[in-house]
Write a protein that binds this ligand. Sequence first.
Ligand code: NAP
Length: 563
Amino acid sequence: MAYVITQNCCKDASCVPVCPVDCIRPVGGAGESTDTEMLYIDPEACIDCGACMDECPVGAVHYEDDLSPSMARFKDINATYFARHPLEPYSSAPAPKHRPVTPGRLRVAIVGAGPAACYAATELIGVDGVEVNLFERLPTPYGLVRAGVAPDHQHTKSITDVFRRAFASPRLTTHLNVDVGRDLSHADMLDHHHAVIYAVGAADSRSLGIPGEELPGSHAASDFVAWYNGHPDHTEHDFDLTHERAVIIGNGNVALDVARILLATPEQLAVTDIAHHALEALRHSAIEEVVVVGRRRLRNAAFSVGEFLALGSLDGVSVAIEGDDDLEATPHDDVETTLKLDIAREYVDRKDQGQDRRIILRFLTSPVEFVGEQHLEGLSVVRNRIGDGGGLVLGDSTTDCEILETGLVLRSIGYRGSKIDGVPWDWATGRIPNVAGRVIDDDHEPIPGVYVTGWAKRGSRGVIGTNRACAEETVTALLQDFDTGRLVGEIGSAGDLSATMGARGVDPVSWSGWHAIDARERELGAAELRPRRKLVDVEALLAAAADAMGPSGGAVSSELRGD
Ligand code: NAP
């Protein structure tokens, strides 16, 4: 018997060091690829101790006998990984030694409060003497864990427990509701800190650049995600849910999240923390079919195995594969591609079970135009093919064109960041230019004291736990720079910073303010048998936070944090 890692593995690898027989992979040892979508447990080596299950922050590890029918397949998936990659011993490099930090000699600002920022804070607070000020534009922390993770993936949200220790530290001060770039500048950050780490994510959506993209009815999937998750900037969107068919462009995990939410029943959504306005709108949705359009073949699809498999267990929803008949794996395919192809063949062979809603995954299909006069009426797509050299050949819009009738298209083709004044920016990639987390200038030279982590550093790739290794790399660079005397400038005191914010009318929300918001949301949710009912406008969030704030606003002392 063995433990098994399942669908919502966050890949932050907290389970790896607690395994007494070292049977969880891949962890990035010599010759090991870490670009898998999840971690796996070797069933041959597992000794059933359950340490990994206890440690997993998102409840993704289960005892094999306890797997639900929809998760049973993960037993084979874990075993298949080791059939291809036999377990090799792995010894991690010893943690680098750093110069002791005298209190007051290393104060770091982190901009952002999403998982990338939280992992960076956790790393820094692990070093005695380091002080951290964390700034976030919204009155709430946790970035995409709160505003991105789909509401039907509640387990994934428990990743926030991992960060509790860092936020409880008296050396970490949280300044929510502070916009760096508007309330405080990059220069302010450097005036008051020895170093600043930008962990600002990638909030903007990429655009396709095809005609009609701005028609009402065409939206960025990121807007839809932020709307159903109650992001205060996105409550006013109006999505036309009156048509039978919706189309999603792109086939990454965001596309699958959106497809599931569009087809979920009100009863399924009503037990989640989905924003109330979205729940009410989706209650009256007429959508029965979601077409997910991918430009390449199924073997190249960006979605992960776990998410693809999970589509097959949605109540009342069938899954169809269209546009790609070549679903046989080759010896050159990696484990995860092989699994995707296996699962796709099963969907093709599956008998109709009378479901009333369907997801159609269309491959080798590219959008060429959003069609409509005043409002979207359809999406014109072309059929692509694979050329002789194996490359993708775009279909000819004069001959291979088809119109998918729909009033709602969600463009799910990835995210890009936006520039912060005073911080270098790579317009081509939509990221902050850097080498291993050190931000570089136009001459490719590291700028002393300026760092980046998360999606702003590497682009919108990877799951939540990917940010752990990313933050480790950035913080290691920062500590090396501290060790070599590169972070020694004179900086203003904590009092100076509060005075600067006070003079500008900035009203930070402290960590205890967030606790008050959290408690209020949970209380409202409990009355409706939901995990929480989110407060979705800034005024309401600030009002909920106000009870917990001292007379000095956000500058609440550590004793008052109540963690
Ligand atoms: P993604 O995985 O990068 O997928 C983007 C999709 O857009 C791909 O299918 C891509 O096709 C397509 N695309 C890009 N440009 C296009 C164009 N010009 N025309 C047509 N299609 C185009 O991005 P994402 O779905 O936004 O996810 C971002 C990250 O968050 C990913 O790492 C994802 O795994 C992660 N995430 C994870 C979960 C989860 O674990 N449950 C949930 C949500 C997000 P090509 O492949 O052909 O480029």
